[in-house]
Design a protein around this ligand. Structure first.
Ligand code: HEM
Ligand SMILES: [Ca+2]
Ligand SMILES: [Ca+2]
Length: 315
């Protein structure tokens, strides 16, 4: 009787680690609560990390892989689309604690999702129930795939709605998931294109806010070092997960093109207004969108592995 060798199709489950690592969610939460006290900007980094992992060959922890041996290889992080990705090391620290508690059980891809979930909850957002059981990729990372799959910083409403429709999201959920920009920062190199007059009229850019952006991000070249180290907050309350992002979007105070246009486009504005007026509605739509994004193209069962360290595929 070969109980352990079945190849039944496995799916994500809300009780996946019940027997193999019952304390997993508690361990992720307690590790991150102390890390977030040390660095209140870390939650935003971990939420974005989840998006950028899931967007490139699915939620498989491919974004964590480092070059192996002494080969010269380009990783996902070498893609300019991954500019500003930070705090990948925190996932490694959580994984180390988990290896002590339950060795070789919890995948790095699940840790990324659980860390993003805590990033939302610990900054004042909803506590989202997330199904688990993702496996980590064996295949090698790809800079090329990161270049082609991640949205450009100049993305508009069309690009954004079709990106999220591809993950089964409604327009309401797509507007809600952009509410992730309620925390964190945007570096000036991503803001400078807003000053291009050819685009400005369609972009719902409040003139006083434009003045603020021009002062915060003087017109240096987008590729200069100065533009890569200066930044502006993503909304008025950039360490709190709230609906202030939508107030700003409606008023034309968005840093990126999408952050402003989402508050003006006839397809998205009604939802931005609803979320600005009703935070519960935002949190509910955000939660279902989060589950859709984080279940995108996952590897389960024998399709992937549980890495023992997150930045390497085990030998
Ligand atoms: C069309 C869709 C999107 C575009 C074009 C976009 C673009 C960007 C850009 C250019 C930045 C600034 C990075 C920097 O300068 O350091 C940023 C930051 C951020 N994004 Fe997005 N984003 C999109 C969707 C999302 C989604 C779906 C999430 C999460 C589920 C997300 C979460 C974040 C967070 C939390 C930050 C702040 C990061 C930090 O403070 O380190 N974004 N995004
Ligand atoms: Ca990935
Ligand atoms: Ca906020």
């Amino acid at each position: 009787d070969q109980m352990e060798t079945n190849n039944y199709e496995e799916t994500l489950s809300y009780s996946y680690y019940e027997k193999t690592c019952p304390k997993v969610e508690e361990i992720v939460k307690s590790s991150l609560s102390s890390m977030f006290v040390l660095d209140p900007t870390a939650p935003a980094a971990l939420l974005r990390l989840m998006f950028h992992d899931c967007q490139v060959q699915g939620c498989d922890a491919s974004i964590l892989l480092e070059p192996s041996g002494d080969q010269q290889q380009f990783t996902e992080l070498d893609s300019v689309k991954n500019f500003g990705i930070r705090k990948r090391d925190l996932i490694g620290s959580i994984k180390t604690s988990l290896e002590t508690e339950c060795p070789k059980q919890v995948s790095c891809s699940d840790v990324i999702i659980l860390a993003a979930r805590e990033a939302v909850a610990l900054t004042g957002g909803p506590r989202i129930a997330v199904p688990l059981g993702r496996k980590d990729s064996l295949s090698i990372y790809s800079k090329h795939m990161a270049d082609s799959e991640l949205p450009p910083s100049t993305a508009d409403v069309d690009i954004t709605l079709s990106l999220f429709a591809g993950k089964g999201m409604t327009v309401e959920e797509s507007v809600a998931i952009m509410g992730s920009h309620t925390i964190g920062v945007t570096h000036c190199n991503n803001v400078l294109s807003r000053f291009d007059n050819a685009n400005a009229t369609s972009q719902n850019l409040d003139p006083r806010f434009e003045t603020f952006l021009r002062v915060a991000c003087p017109e240096f070249s987008p590729t200069s070092q100065a533009a890569k180290v200066t930044f502006v907050p993503n909304d008025q309350t950039a360490v709190i997960f709230d609906s202030a992002y939508y107030d700003d979007a409606i008023a034309g105070r968005g840093n990126l093109r999408i952050d402003s246009e989402i508050g003006a486009d006839p397809r998205t504005r009604p939802f931005a207004e609803a979320f600005a007026a009703d935070q519960d509605r935002f949190f509910n739509a955000f939660s279902s969108a989060f589950v859709k994004l984080s279940s995108y193209k996952v590897l389960t069962g024998n399709e992937g592995v549980v890495r023992s360290v997150c930045d390497k595929v085990d030998d």
